[in-house]
Write a protein that binds this ligand. Structure first.
Ligand SMILES: C[S@@+](CC[C@H](N)C(=O)[O-])C[C@H]1O[C@@H](n2cnc3c(N)ncnc32)[C@H](O)[C@@H]1O
Length: 294
């Protein structure tokens, strides 16, 4: 029987896979391609390959499903399970849907506090014909109370937490220009929203949620956390990726394996500071990569 186009694509990516490779289904070439430490992308935000970006853009920082699919494909095998405790409008879940549509099935469970974002995720799946994954509308702090989370183990936790309150303070247009502020707006005014917490409470809560999630990750499974740094102040470097890495390294059995950088060419370059002083733009994010050792 002639293979379908999706079967052909799957065969091309997996051809020559090393039999010792238990992590993913990739060939050596596809594996090495992923090792590039900087991914510069320009995923479409219009048209059929934007996968409902016109709906998802209600969210201040939706992740491109194609980007998430790359991480999922590297850190899982066909039939693998992925957990996203801060699922937003579903970048991770849609990434699984994209792979499934190409015959490279992965399954996901997402948790998202906002009913509006959950609803948008379902609308995107329906309109784009992508298989819906399990999306729970709830609080990630209660993650171990959801049967969809506790009834299985996961191969990958892939998530993009909200950022701490430091940047949520209102800023005037002139302040924005001088200080630089490309961070998303706060997601909601809910007390349960991690985006509304001060930095230390945010880090404590994130550490606790991810420690709970890690009890559902298989040994040797990976945790990938996307994050973006904040602008420095006089006294704080505000490199959120450093604070998060230190907190997660304190979780017993979890080992930091390094990071990749995602440079999103869709982001606009703002003339922060001009013509007075240097202010950094942040057109990139960190993907912090950890492995559960046992
Ligand atoms: C950076 S966004 C994730 C975006 C997502 N990757 C996407 O593609 O849409 C973080 C999300 O965490 C959600 N959130 C904040 N606190 C939460 C909580 N306690 N439980 C579950 N979700 C929460 C916010 O509503 C927000 O949508």
């Amino acid at each position: 029987m002639t293979p379908s186009p999706s079967q052909r694509e799957y065969q091309a990516i997996t051809k020559g896979r090393d039999p010792r490779n238990r992590l993913n289904d990739l060939s050596g070439a596809a594996w090495v391609h992923f090792l590039n430490s900087v991914d510069v992308t320009h995923y479409p935000t219009r048209g059929p390959e934007s996968y409902g970006h016109d709906l998802r853009r209600v969210h201040p920082s939706p992740k491109p499903p194609q980007l998430m699919a790359r991480y999922i494909e590297f850190f899982t095998r066909r039939g693998g399970w992925v957990l996203d405790p801060f699922a937003g409008v579903g970048g991770t879940l849609l990434g699984c849907g994209l792979l499934a549509r190409q015959g490279r099935e992965r399954y996901a469970v997402g948790i998202e506090l906002s009913p509006q974002y959950v609803e948008i995720y379902h609308q995107v799946c329906q309109r784009e014909g992508l298989p819906p994954q399990t999306m729970i509308c709830g609080d990630a702090r209660d993650l171990l109370r959801f049967p969809a989370v506790t009834e299985r183990t996961f191969d990958l936790i892939l998530t993009d937490p909200p950022y701490a309150d430091m940047m949520a303070r209102p800023r005037s247009g002139e302040q924005r220009k001088r200080e630089g502020h490309t961070m998303p707006r706060p997601f909601s005014d809910s007390e349960a929203d991690l985006g509304n917490l001060d930095r230390e409470t945010f880090l404590d809560t994130l550490q606790r949620i991810l420690a709970d999630a890690l009890t559902r990750l298989r040994p040797k499974g990976h945790l990938v956390v996307f994050c973006k740094d904040l602008q420095p102040t006089e006294t704080e470097h505000n490199m959120l990726h450093v604070y998060i890495t230190e907190r997660l390294m304190a979780i017993p059995g979890l080992r930091f394996r390094g990071y990749k950088i995602w440079a999103d060419q869709v982001q606009r370059l703002y003339p922060f500071g001009y013509p007075y002083t240097f202010v950094a733009n942040q057109l990139h994010q960190f993907a912090l990569i950890f492995r559960k050792e046992h």
